[in-house]
Structures are given as C-alpha cells and as structure tokens.
Design a protein around this ligand. Structure first.
Ligand code: KIV
Length: 275
C-alpha cells in the first residue's frame, strides 16, 4: 500500500471513537457479520461500518446447531480473511466459547491472538456482570472490547433455548445491570440481542457507549444482522431479520443452469475453449 493510500485509509477508518461520536450525534450505524474475503470486501465498499467475524460462523459456515464447538483457531482464520478485505470498516473478532471463560489470563491471550494473527481491531465477548473483570483486563491490554448481553447464544443451554431475555421486572433489571457492568468495565459498545424494544430503548438511553441491536428494536444506536439472513442464504430467516436479497435462489438457479448446460454439452462454448 502506498503512503498516500495508507493515509487515506487511516483518515476514513471507522474507529471505536467514531462510533461513540455517531451515538452522540444520533447517527445510527450498521454492522454485518462477515467470514470471508469477497463478502467482507463487498460490505466494506458498501459502507458497512463494522464487520463482525461472529462465532455464528458455527451455524452459517459450518452448519452446526450451536456456536459452542467453534474454536479460536477457526475464528482467527476467518478474521484473517475479513481483515485483509476491510479498508474502511472496523473489524471485530468474536471470542468463541471456551476462549475466555476459564481464566482471565487465557481470555487476554485469546484476545491478543485475534489481534495479532487475525488482524482485528477489537474483540467481542458475551456476558454481563460475570465477565466484568475479563473485559477490564483485555481493555488494559489495549484491546477494545465490545460486550454482548441479553440473548447470548453461548448460554443456550442455561437459557433453555434461544429465548427472548429481559421480560418481566427481574429480567429487565438483569439485562440493564449486565449492560451497565459491561460499560463500567470499559467496553466501547455493547450488542443487545433478543430483548424487548422498550428495554433496548431504556438501556440505550442509560449508556454512554453505543448499543447495537439484533432483535432489539429500532432504538439502538446501531443495528447488526448475520449476513446469511441479510442475503437470503439460509433455509430459515429469524422473525427479527429482513432478507434484503435472495442470493440463495440466485445461486440455486445458476447451479441448475450450469448442470443443465453441461448435460446438454452447451458449456463450455467455443469462446471458453483454447486453441
Ligand atoms: O456471532 C454473531 O454473529 C453475533 C451477532 C449475532 C451479534 O454475535
């Protein structure tokens, strides 16, 4: 990269500070998951502010039932692909289950790997009050942390399924306390997943750091979607997501046409053949 280009990238790069400014100015920002180079480049060039290398790759890329088996090595690999493509977006690497729960030291080591080997600018981890010290120590290692409270998929077995959190007075207080703890620990933003919209509005008003909603209504400071839901690449779309395209149907049509043309010896044509 030339010096001029590197300077231009620095100038326009979305940072943890610019996201905070967006909140202060009331400008909603966008985050999408990305797991590979081509889609990361498309989303980056489309102006998506944050690319999340989510552990949702366990579901979307690996076809697993939960995110629990995803390993740190796997997230590092996908993070490397995404960070290579992102010229403008802030790249956040998700800390998978098992990479931060055992000890604070291991959590810091895992976060360092995501930055050093995966090339991410920040990490995300799930939980509220229980991960307060973990967030503090990762932040103390100069790595920005995004929190994630409400419906936390790594806690699927404790929650008894992927259930909306924060309903009822106790539930509301738990989610609010978790979000406040994440902010107090030094996180620069927090994902609010699967919580009632009015609770997300209250949390967003109470926090100085930006909230990023998924299944949390319109009042969050930013919104995140899993790219497979955005693009219609899954068999099933959750009720809180809107498919903005149907790439699944397009890919299927292309594959069928290819198979048909091969069967009828219509492909390759003269123009695709060497002399
Ligand atoms: O892993 C992921 O994709 C996430 C988002 C749904 C926020 O955590």
């Amino acid at each position: 990269m030339s010096t001029v280009t590197a300077a231009a990238v620095r100038e326009h790069r979305v940072t943890v500070r610019s996201l905070l400014q967006h909140k202060r100015r009331g400008r909603a920002f966008s985050m999408l998951t990305a797991y590979d180079f081509p889609f990361a480049r498309i989303f980056d060039q489309a102006g998506i502010d944050v690319l999340l290398v989510g552990d949702s790759l366990g579901n979307t890329v690996q076809g697993r039932e939960t995110t629990l088996p995803v390993t740190l090595d796997e997230v590092v690999y996908h993070a490397r692909c995404v960070s290579r493509a992102a010229a403008r977006a802030l790249v956040v690497g998700d800390m998978p289950f098992g990479s931060y729960q055992v000890s604070v030291e291991e959590a810091v080591r895992s976060a360092v790997r995501l930055v050093k080997e995966g090339g991410v600018h920040a990490v995300k981890l799930e939980g509220g009050r229980v991960v307060r010290e973990t967030i503090e120590r990762i932040v103390a290692a100069e790595i920005p942390v995004m929190g994630h409270v409400g419906l936390t998929p790594q806690a699927v077995h404790r929650m008894g399924g992927y259930r909306v959190q924060g309903r009822g007075q106790d539930g509301r207080e738990r989610v609010l306390a978790d979000a406040l703890a994440v902010e107090a620990a030094g996180a620069f933003a927090v994902v609010l997943e699967g919580v009632p919209a009015d609770l997300a509005r209250e949390v967003t008003a109470r926090l100085a750091i930006p909230t990023i909603g998924i299944g949390a209504g319109v009042h969050c400071d930013g919104q995140v979607l899993v790219m497979h839901d955005l693009l219609g690449l899954s068999d099933w779309t959750p009720s809180f997501a809107r498919p903005y395209a149907n790439l699944g149907a397009l890919a299927s049509q292309a594959a069928r046409q290819f198979a048909d043309e091969v069967a009828h010896r219509k492909f390759p044509g003269e123009e695709h053949s060497f002399r």
